[in-house]
Design a protein around this ligand. Structure first.
Ligand SMILES: *Cc1c(COP(=O)(O)O)cnc(C)c1O
Length: 387
């Protein structure tokens, strides 16, 4: 059997399962599938299509350019983009019917685009309830609302949403989320008194969707969860009813027996302590594998072996811990090597721990050098032969 040289298999059926599960968890609130950063490395267009098919009501991206790319791929679902700079092409955003997150200064730019296109911009006003990044500071909220109402009355914008982002929802016991919820409620109330008819109030990310039903409001913005990963340190994917979507694999590209004392990879950070067999795994930091993840697990056959020595740009080494494999039917040469993924594979979280980071970063950084291979069960075709 041959395997792709390097592949990130993206199980779109698992993604659909996760979306449906999250819809149940969030019900009656609806789900925005967050597909920024190329859908956390999973591929924005196929993921966005599958998410909408499975019932995501909205798509979320950071950049207007990411939203425009989805529109150009034919995706018609509502798309919210929330992170802008003075170089953002707001006109393209309005022209493609994107919803635009507004924290303050962007409003004038969006209104200028709306005037130019003679088409109202759809906006969601963002309040900073404590994260300290984007969002309007509470003391400037009333002024922003007043301007928004004025532009809405002039037919230049339509305010459909009020939103904010949480800081510590992945640690459900922390009290600061309560303060953010309270501040959010006040901001929504102020918007309503200012005469804005708020269609969607949204605050929750993945952790709050699972742990804080009081944060669901009308819409939850879920990124990590749709990819089947857990945001909590004490719960895995299965505990949350999720299925990991990405499986990252390659092929053992060399296999050799070495004596005790063999130095492995740059710097000789590892030396074998007994005669053993080393396997060469042809992925490295050029493929998005973190260089510091020595010790992380790689599955070959049905056994897990640790990465030894330094991870290089193109390759890393695993130690099989035994001899007598080379040139036998048990030789690992040419066998599939799975770094992380679905079912019995090592977990993304094991790689995150080895790399002192979070699962979000591991999947998002898998580079373009790694082919994305989309998996889904065959669909029934309709009678005329078209699906
Ligand atoms: C990335 C992002 C999300 C999704 O966060 P997850 O923890 O991945 O669910 C939601 N809202 C905003 C504003 C974001 O930037």
């Amino acid at each position: 059997m041959t395997f792709p040289e390097r592949a990130a298999e993206i199980d779109l059926d698992a993604l659909r399962h996760n979306i449906r599960h999250l819809r149940d968890v969030a019900h009656p609130a609806r789900v925005m599938a967050v597909v920024k950063a190329d859908a956390y490395g999973h591929g924005a267009v196929p993921v966005a299509r599958a998410a909408v098919e499975a019932g995501a009501a909205w798509l979320g991206v950071a950049h207007v350019s990411e939203g425009v790319a989805l529109r150009k791929a034919g995706i018609e679902a509502p798309i919210l983009a929330w992170l802008h700079t003075s170089g953002t092409d707001f006109t393209a955003g309005v022209e493609h019917g994107l919803d635009l997150g507004i924290s303050g200064w962007e409003l004038e730019h969006v209104v200028a685009s709306a005037r130019e296109l003679e088409r109202p911009a759809i906006v969601h006003l963002k309040i900073d309830t404590g994260l300290g990044r984007n969002g309007c500071p509470p003391d400037r909220w009333d002024a922003l609302l007043a301007r928004a109402v004025e532009y809405q009355e002039a037919g230049l914008i339509r305010v459909v949403g009020i939103f904010s982002h949480l800081a510590v929802a992945d640690e459900p016991a922390r009290p600061e989320t309560d303060l953010q919820v309270q501040a959010f409620r006040e901001a929504v109330a102020a918007a309503e008194s200012a005469g804005i008819d708020v269609e969607v109030r949204h605050l929750a990310n993945t952790p709050a969707t699972f742990s804080r039903p009081d944060c669901h409001f009308d819409l939850v913005r879920v990124g990590l969860g749709i990819y089947g990963l857990s945001p909590f340190s004490d719960q895995g994917s299965a505990d949350l009813g999720l299925q990991p979507v990405m499986t990252f694999s390659t092929v053992v590209s060399n296999c050799k027996e070495v004596p005790a004392g063999q130095g492995v990879s740059y710097g000789y950070a590892y030396r074998t302590h007994k005669p053993t067999t080393l396997g060469l795994i042809p992925v490295g930091y050029g493929d998005g594998v973190p260089r510091i993840a020595t010790g992380a697990p790689v599955l070959v056959g049905n056994r897990i072996h640790p990465v030894v020595g330094r991870i290089a740009m193109d390759q890393l080494v695993i130690d099989f811990g035994t001899t007598g494999l080379v040139d036998t039917p048990d030789s690992p040469l040419g066998k599939r090597a799975v770094l992380f993924g679905a079912a019995d594979s090592p977990a993304v979280e094991d790689w995150a721990a080895a790399a002192q980071t979070i699962n979000y970063e591991i999947v998002t950084r898998i580079s373009d050098r790694v082919e994305r291979v989309y998996l889904e069960a065959p669909r029934e075709e309709s009678a005329d032969g078209y699906a």
